[in-house]
Design a protein around this ligand. Structure first.
Ligand code: AMP
Length: 228
């Protein structure tokens, strides 16, 4: 089966609930050379640790608002350093960061210095009416970030993680009211972010209302550009 042969630094963009987490899991299975970092997962683990950043972030997250750019840039940059991802041979995937144009600009400066720029950005384009229906069915394994849907991708044992057997949870910010705020926030931030990556020539868009429709298109796009 074909694989990735040149360094891929991928950013997945998409509304909350568009399936970034699901596509990430599928990509990690299909391409073992990819590692991923989800800003939402990093924040949720900071909250679980009750760290100063976790305490700051939890208020914003509960309200469906974005955590301030400066906090996010600091947090994710230190993760990139710890993971040794700041070099030109690195292959990785970011999910959920950058989420605003100022975050993208700040990250771009850091990555450019290391010759490790993002070289593919993919917007997952899913109807927002479909997303709202789908979010009701979403359950997560918080420690790993694995996402399940009671409709499309149910766990093997009800409400238990397939790998660890631990209990699944509902995210606090997946209630209808907070979720609508998160969608509104996404819609107001996404255009400048897309313009930033369009100007860099890295932006692609994949449309589809289920992960089974989106994934093969994503796989093909990656192999066309970075595979053999
Ligand atoms: P997610 O799991 O990506 O949906 O993120 C959950 C929540 O974490 C978001 O609703 C935001 O409150 C916060 N968050 C995650 N990533 C970022 C980011 N790049 N910038 C600001 N806030 C973020």
């Amino acid at each position: 089966m074909s694989s990735i042969v040149s360094p891929l630094r991928l950013l997945l963009l998409g509304a909350p609930g568009s399936g970034k987490g699901t596509q990430t899991s599928k990509l990690l299975k299909r391409f073992p050379s990819i590692n991923s970092l989800s800003s939402g997962d990093v924040l949720r683990s900071q909250i679980a640790l009750n760290s100063p950043i976790g305490q700051e972030a939890s208020g914003y997250i509960k309200m469906g608002r974005l955590v301030p750019d400066s906090t996010m840039v600091q947090l994710i940059t230190s993760q990139l350093q710890q993971k040794n991802w700041l070099h030109s041979d690195a292959t990785w995937l970011l999910d959920g960061f950058p989420r605003t144009a100022p975050q993208a600009q700040a990250l771009n400066v850091i990555l450019s210095e290391s010759n490790a720029n993002i070289n593919m950005v993919v917007e997952l384009d899913v109807d927002q009416s479909v997303i709202l229906e789908r979010i009701e069915a979403r359950w997560v394994h918080l420690p790993s970030g694995r996402v399940y849907s009671l409709d499309y991708n149910p766990p093997k044992v009800p409400f238990k993680d397939d790998i660890t057997g631990e209990s699944l949870s509902k995210r606090d910010d997946d209630t209808a009211e907070v979720f609508q705020k998160r969608l509104d926030q996404y819609n107001s931030e996404i255009e400048p972010l897309k313009r930033f990556y369009e100007a860099q020539g890295t932006l692609h868009k994949i449309s589809g209302n289920t992960s089974d429709i989106i994934f093969p298109k994503l796989e093909t796009l990656i192999l066309e550009n970075f595979g053999k």
